[in-house]
Design a protein around this ligand. Sequence first.
Ligand code: NOJ
Length: 544
Amino acid sequence: MPKSVSPSPTGADGSPAAPNGATAPDWWASAVFYQVYPRSFADTDGNGVGDLEGVRSRLDYLQLLGVDALWLSPFFRSPMADHGYDVSDPRDVDPVFGTLADFDALVRDAHERNIKITVDVVPNHFSDQHPWFQDALSAAPGSAERERFIFREGKGEDGAQPPNNWPSVFGGPAWTRVPDGQWYLHLFAPEQPDLNWDNTEVIVEFADIFRFWLERGVDGFRIDVAHGMAKPAGLPDLDLPPEGASLTDQIEGDLRWDQDGVHEIHRGFRKVLDAFPGTMAIGEAWVPDDERLALYVRPDELHLTFNFELVTARWGATEFRSAITSSMAALAKVGAPCSWVLSNHDVDRHVTRYGGGSVGAARGRAAALLQLALPGAAYIYQGDELGLENVDLPDWALQDPTWKRSGHTERGRDGERVPIPWDGASPPYGFSSAATTWLPMPADWGPHTVESQLGDADSVLSLYRLALELRRSEPDLRTRAFGWQGAPEGCLAFRRGPQFVCAANFGAEPVAMPPGEVLLSSAHSASSVADGMLAPNTTVWLRA
Ligand code: NOJ
């Protein structure tokens, strides 16, 4: 399978993207992926939790929206300590989500609509209920069973102190002691013991897990914690960042992540995928430095890696411009496209990050047109296309392990995981036939439902539909061409080939729009673009 796209005279870097379409082997290079968080997408069995049949029942909607592929967050057997990212059987569907037959039916029906299916793989850890970990607990220190995980003796008198000072991502120490006195490592919850990737059994097992899903017809994978599997020799203590450090500062130089050894693991994954032409993998690698990020998408490693720069960038022309420039420059060096993200199930929704309310909503619409105009792949998180905000949930409803592990100081990620509204005027808005959903839905989401937005030409949903349609039909958007164009202060503008221009105003005052025919504006049609001015918090797509 070709790593990068074939040459063409139109691309700024001499190479055009594959057109969006079902048949190109490198379809992923410019695809629009839609992230389904199955618990919160659609519930068909009335238990208040979404399921795979729910996804299948809404494929017509996803086709209408115009996405090329789905990324399904974990639906595997799991005790749900981290809502599925604690996998106890990676080759089966958890009963709460359905059965393997449901999964097969979903793949079949999605493929009939030219929608690809990609699934999560969670190679950094298993659930503590996975038979391997249960075996490790009953086996003796030093046994082969324990070697599949990271067990160590503790420090201090009687080994009563953890082996090092590593914190877990969800709060508290990254080590838990077992009755015989040893400690095991869990970078996340204690229910998620880290696997030992120096152990051949682990390598062989994951190659087999990949093949299991590839043989069932999946088109690709999202690799969870792709920067986490390799651990530094000797597991030395960390220089802990100060309280309240930014995300970038927290991961900068953090020995738990981005060890060079991780790349050999990804090369192994790639070899498995290469035996299934047309399949792909994207890494979830939170790496502060774009040059380091690019290493994950070298030609013999992963196909894509999320560019989280638009997630971490504050609203502003300078911030967005530098996020885009640095991502593109770094990945171009290895010939890989960028994968643009605004939101996912781990971060506050972007409308909320941009201030919420009417300003957040306008900025959210503007950011969507920026994201979808950039060359490369784009990931939409379910509900982005409805303009959803995070929900302020009451304490009693919170389920994210972060809430408990932080001693109730960090609320965690439930606010962005609330089930999405389909129709009707009150909860559960067609998400479920149950009156109570796994996370409560707000009373004021009536105007946000798919039903009410489908019929409204001004809705966020209509904006996404039009944008995705133009992304397919505009010739310039089907290339990898990109170049910045001059723009007034507080604005940015770029070209995608000879005709297509995207311009955004992040400032507080209207500015004159670049010349050209307006193809699409993020502003509501009521605030018309006819005066030739680009309003604050607005993006336009133009044909020059
Ligand atoms: C990243 C996933 O996106 C997140 O939801 C999960 O909690 C951690 N990895 C641990 O698997």
